[in-house]
Design a protein around this ligand. Sequence first.
Ligand code: FEO
Length: 396
Amino acid sequence: MVTELKKGVYWVGVVDWNLRRFHGHELSTHRGSTYNSYLIRDEKTVLVDTVWEPFAEQLIENIRQIIDPAKIDIIVANHSEVDHSGGLPSVMRHCPDATVVVSKRGLESVEGHYHQPWNFKAVKTGDHINIGANDLVFVEAPMLHWPDSMFTYLTGHNVLMPNDAFGQHYATAYRFNDQVNQEELYEEALKYYVNILTPFSPLVLKKIDEVLALKLPVDIIAPSHGAIWRENPIQIVEKYRQWARQEPEPRAVVLFDTMWNGTRRMAEVIAEGLADGGVDCKVIQVAVSDLNDALVEVSRARTIVVGSPTVNGGVLASVTPLLESLRGLKFKNKQGAAFGCYGWSGESVKLIEEHLQKCGITLVREGLRCKWQPRAEELDSCRAFGRELAAATKGA
Ligand code: FEO
């Protein structure tokens, strides 16, 4: 259902209730998503972003509720990833002479996706396009989260459309932040930040300062996924500042996988030691848990404890996606340790330690290994290990 944000400014996007994996199969989306597209009626008619291609006809129908799609003069493609640009070919069939406004890097990426000789106009930070009573103002936002990413601001109505920034994969019956469950909203906003924006946190802080310095009045922040921030929209900007600082809580997370439960026993007793030492923690067996949810726990925790038995001179394959995510997401201000059982060669703990260090995670102490199944005294060592980690977590 089309929703009016401000007079003449409409949400014409779609709600994808059933999306469960995103970016191929990389990201879990337990609560679906929305693809937000905005139609602006002024002397010129503007569409800001489209939707994922399977929903393109629904987008056209939504636009048709307001205006004949042939009357669109300008389409802004803030970012070329196909969840936002996938509807472009369908829309352009209705208005082939429309101007497609992109960032400089968007020229390359939008053309690269669709190979069409559309009437492109590349803009840079500070450029304005007059559309009648109001202007569109553009702010390049490279690496938030692609090199081509851009924000579009509508003067007069004071609507900031920052594409993926400030979004959430969250399908809802209502469009605005004040209408939805606040706990779910922030769970999804944080999960989105952790899994997509964490590596770019220094740029997030700079971009927020840059946008605030423009002193543009902001009544609404309308991202390209999830709820639209109309009630105190700056609340999500402040949250992004907080998340981008990556100041961890004095808590820990123990992430492991196991073959015959020896490493599982170690994980559980290390967690008991952490709790004895007054540090709350989560224990997550990565092979049977959602990686993206686990990474949210990683983002919160000061201490990251990773365990794997040794197999074929390395770690269990099920632990590898976690290690790869720790590398790619470039978490800051973390300390860690490793543990694991072994029977013969026993390399896993050393390999995990080396990997944590390469990820910029400081080792609190030497890792803990148990040969075969842990004996009672070795479980005592695990508990002591947990207590040491607790002291380091509180004292860091
Ligand atoms: Fe970067 Fe929502 O796509």
